[in-house]
Design a protein around this ligand. Structure first.
Ligand code: NDP
Ligand code: GDR
Length: 408
């Protein structure tokens, strides 16, 4: 008998990798996508199957984490053996701007799915995976962080995910549901959202290499993360639902790098030099006197630095590009060999998570899991893919067409 899985957040980075993984295992995969005014299925278009195909194993449904009725209907219709709850407003900086929506989708969204399982009497059939996060550790109480490390969330996103974590544990204990949390540390890939720092860096450096942009503006260069590859991490999500008893697991590489390290690694892949600029940075990109982070009342920062993106609202985290419609004053200024990295305080967070480092011992010992893709391989793959995209954009631009780039 083939198993049936339902993935919320199927259009996101992890949703796409997990769908591929489960289809290869023979699952029928249902996914929930929300209604958007433009297509949001780029990451899963290659998995699309014609609705008239009698052997169709990949099906999308419209629904939303803030809409219990849609979730109940979809779960009733699909009767899944496994639900992977990946949908979330997943951007930490944005959660300071949209705290209520973040709580609704990330905290109550998990509750809605769990309640749907109960309402439909599927407690014995349906297994539930919750996409928990290393952001729960926030202001870290122990290094490295493991399953027993106390939580100290530092953003509306992390606080919402804290609720989702505990409601998952509670439904497991109260109703005997097979429900578990994967406490996943940062994981990236070439299909990572463009506004997370790794993709922002690889995308911008590739564009700078081709003369499509000059400068990359970043926030806290000192932040340290334990970065893995999403492909390795979705396998763990599945493994966690195949055990005899439901348990929570930390998933991490056990290696830590700073944002500055990531910039240097990506630049090295491209054979580029870095010039660090502004905010008291020295020539190696370090701060002899690091500027303080912005206050909670001003999540965007004082934005004293005038950048093109300050002409627009809602730029919680976008790669800085020339404003739409304005011609470049003198064409690209760089020769592709050197990238300017500047710090813009708008990218500082009111409360920052400075350092995260996971201890995946439990996952290794109980599930036999170890990550396969190294940090260097991850950076190389992301740079390679973003260079290919930049080359395509360059070709289009050189042929006299406007590049329809989301950030331009
Ligand atoms: P993405 O931001 O790439 O994807 C999030 C997904 O959720 C998208 O499909 C998005 O839809 C969907 N979504 C957002 N809001 C709603 C809503 N209200 N209703 C329905 N769907 C919604 O995240 P990732 O794939 O990187 O992460 C997956 C999950 O894992 C998230 O819950 C995230 O918080 C968590 N996580 C991620 C980590 C990481 O490093 N990547 C680490 C730890 C946890 P759309 O495409 O339309 O925007
Ligand atoms: P994070 O990822 O907040 O860890 O959440 P992100 O890549 O956004 O930030 C990582 C660190 O880099 C610093 N930083 C910047 N971040 C962004 N986005 N843009 C910048 O310009 C920039 N400059 C410095 C940040 O301050 C931060 O310290 C991700 C998400 O996927 C969550 O959903 C998930 O739960 C956690 O990882 C684990």
């Amino acid at each position: 008998m083939t198993k049936t899985a339902l993935i919320t957040g199927i259009t996101g980075q992890d949703g796409a990798y997990l769908a591929e993984f489960l289809l290869a295992k023979g699952y029928t995969v249902h996914g929930i996508k929300r209604r958007t005014s433009l297509f949001n299925t780029d990451r899963i278009d290659h998995l699309y199957q014609d609705p008239h195909d009698p052997d169709r194993r990949f099906v999308l449904h419209h629904g939303d984490m803030t809409d219990a009725t849609s979730l109940i209907h979809i779960i009733q219709k699909t009767q899944p053996d496994e639900i992977y709850n990946l949908a979330a407003q997943s951007h930490v900086a944005v959660s300071f701007e949209e705290p209520e929506y973040t709580a609704n989708s990330d905290a109550l969204g998990a509750l809605r799915v769990l309640e749907a399982i109960r309402i439909l009497g599927l407690e014995k059939k349906t297994r539930f995976y919750q996409a928990s996060t290393s952001e729960l550790f926030g202001k870290v109480q122990e290094i490295p962080q493991k399953e027993t490390t106390p939580f100290y969330p530092r953003s509306p996103y992390a606080v919402a995910k804290l609720y989702a974590y505990w409601i998952t544990v509670n439904y497991r204990e109260a109703y005997g549901l097979y429900a578990c949390n994967g406490i996943l540390f940062n994981h990236e890939s070439p299909i990572r959202g463009e506004t997370f720092v790794t993709r922002k860096i690889t995308r911008a450096l590739a564009r700078i290499k081709l003369g499509l942009q000059d400068t990359l503006y970043l926030g806290n260069l000192d932040a340290k993360r334990d970065w893995g590859h999403a492909k390795d991490y979705v396998e763990m999500q599945w493994l966690m639902l195949q055990q005899e008893r439901p348990e929570d697991f930390v998933i991490a590489t056990g290696q830590q790098y700073s944002v500055r390290d990531f910039v240097n690694a990506a630049a090295a892949e491209l054979g580029m030099e870095i010039r660090w600029e502004g905010q008291g940075l020295n020539e190696k990109g370090y701060w002899p006197n690091r500027p303080t982070t912005v206050t909670a009342s001003s999540p965007q920062g004082n934005a004293a630095v005038h950048t093109p993106s300050s002409l627009r609202g809602g730029e919680a985290d976008e790669a800085v590009q020339p404003p739409p419609g304005l011609p470049r004053a003198s064409g690209p200024r760089n020769d592709g060999e050197r990238a300017i990295i500047a710090v813009d305080p708008r990218y500082f967070r009111p409360t920052e998570v400075e350092t995260l480092l996971g201890d995946p011992t439990k996952a290794r010992e109980k599930l036999g899991w170890t990550p396969r893709i190294t940090f260097q391989e991850l950076v190389a793959e992301m740079v390679r893919e973003d260079l290919a995209i930049a080359q395509r954009d360059d070709l289009v631009r050189n042929s006299g067409y406007t590049v329809m780039n989301h950030h331009e």
